[in-house]
Design a protein around this ligand. Structure first.
Ligand code: HEC
Ligand code: HEC
Length: 215
């Protein structure tokens, strides 16, 4: 009986969504954090952790990430704009409502603090706060904010507390020319990564991981 009520409510929500919204307005769907929690527990937790704080540093933490950004990345994996064989499969099982649900749940979780910066802290902080003007490198702080919290409205991701290993993976990939979509939005940071040396990437990634530990 309970299940039937849920199903009916789900169908009703679906109908309202179809009638009331343009087809592309994925972010306008209202996420159900409870449904998202079950989905994460059954599928995503193996890599990203039940609360979105992955323990294996090759997988990004998703806890506390902006809902808009999570939805945008899941749609990018679905369309193949962001190429990754694992996430292409994982995202393909999510409906647009399913994406809104997991995004709502994960964005409400608390990011676990990363261990404080160990690797070249002065260099990492200097790149993060000031960029490298002589190399035409803008400061990370100008988009990601002083504590790495990003900006939900502009879809700048939260990066504070993220695993350094994952940050290195992403920035090195961009540095080496691995595209991450060709949207102007993605290119904002791809162009930044191309200007960093590998040593600078390691330093700034380590600083980013320790960011919320020093908050
Ligand atoms: C088998 C491991 C695995 C599982 C299970 C998995 N993921 Fe992922 N996820 C990854 C990897 C690896 C990446 C990084 C991909 C890359 O390097 O581009 C990733 C990246 C992501 C990102 C992008 C994060 C960012 O900071 O850019 C999101 C969002 C995401 N996953 C959501 C999910 C959701 C939601 C589920 C469950 C439906 C899920 N993942 C299940 C391995 C997994
Ligand atoms: C001009 C704005 C801008 C600047 C400056 C910038 N970023 Fe970004 N960053 C972005 C945007 C936008 C994205 C999301 C890209 C996309 O997928 O569309 C992003 C994504 C990232 C990601 C991937 C996050 C994830 O989990 O998906 C990392 C890591 C990152 N930036 C680190 C840095 C670092 C380190 C610096 C400084 C060296 C920096 N960024 C400077 C705008 C910027």
């Amino acid at each position: 009986m309970k299940m039937a009520t849920c199903l009916r409510m789900g169908m009703l929500a679906g109908l309202v969504a179809i009638a009331g919204m343009p087809a592309q307005a994925a972010d306008a769907l209202v996420g159900n954090a409870g449904a998202g929690e079950s989905q994460v527990a059954s599928v995503c937790a193996a890599c990203h952790g039940a609360d979105g704080n992955s323990t294996d540093p090759q997988y990004p933490k998703l806890a506390g990430q902006h809902a808009n950004y999570i939805a945008y990345q899941l749609e990018s994996f679905q369309s193949g704009q962001r190429a990754n064989s694992i996430m292409s499969g994982m995202s393909s099982m999510l409906s647009r409502q399913g994406i809104a649900d997991v995004a709502a749940y994960l964005s409400q979780q608390k990011t676990s603090p990363g261990p404080a910066d160990e690797y070249q802290p002065a260099l990492g902080k200097s790149i993060y706060d000031n960029g490298i003007p002589s190399a035409g490198l803008p400061a990370c702080i100008s988009c990601h904010g002083p504590k790495g919290l990003g900006d939900n409205a502009k879809m700048y991701p939260r990066i504070g507390g993220q695993h350094a290993q994952y940050v290195v993976q992403v920035l090195t990939g961009w540095h080496n020319g691995k595209p991450w979509g060709d949207s102007p939005h993605a290119k904002l940071v791809v162009e930044v990564a191309k200007k960093l040396t590998i040593e600078q990437i390691n330093a700034v990634a380590s600083y980013v991981q320790g960011l919320n530990a020093t908050r």
